[in-house]
Design a protein around this ligand. Sequence first.
Ligand code: RB5
Length: 147
Amino acid sequence: MKVAIGADHGGFEVKQKLVDYLKAKDFEVVDEGTVSSESVDYPDFAAKVCEDVLHGRADCGVLICGTGIGISIAANRYKGIRAALLYSLETAALARQHNNANVAVFGGRTMGLEEIKERLDVFLNTDFEGGRHLRRIEKIDMCGRCD
Ligand code: RB5
């Protein structure tokens, strides 16, 4: 499985650790930056990862900013992207089961590395349940306000 990952300066350190973590688990990783702790703009990294997912260059994405909020807002502007801020193990599972989330989001300044890794494991190993949840996620892209 190929995972695209990106972060701003608030998520840079966590991103570096997650790149190593994912590679050690034999995931193919597309590292879209940022490349240092120098201040950058989170929408630029949301764009790179979302485009990788939407164009099939990655199966799913991981995004990190300071809180995870700004980069979630930016990512969810892309039609077809369902970015979920994973604030517990339960929401990591439900984001996949019910929302078919294709981007996992974390807060580099608000979450601990170990809990992020655990949530990411759950996210990557949980399947979408389909059924009534498929109808609901299809309505998100049919809303006519997303184009
Ligand atoms: C950058 O200082 C910070 O605003 C950003 O990482 C993020 O938390 C925005 O939502």
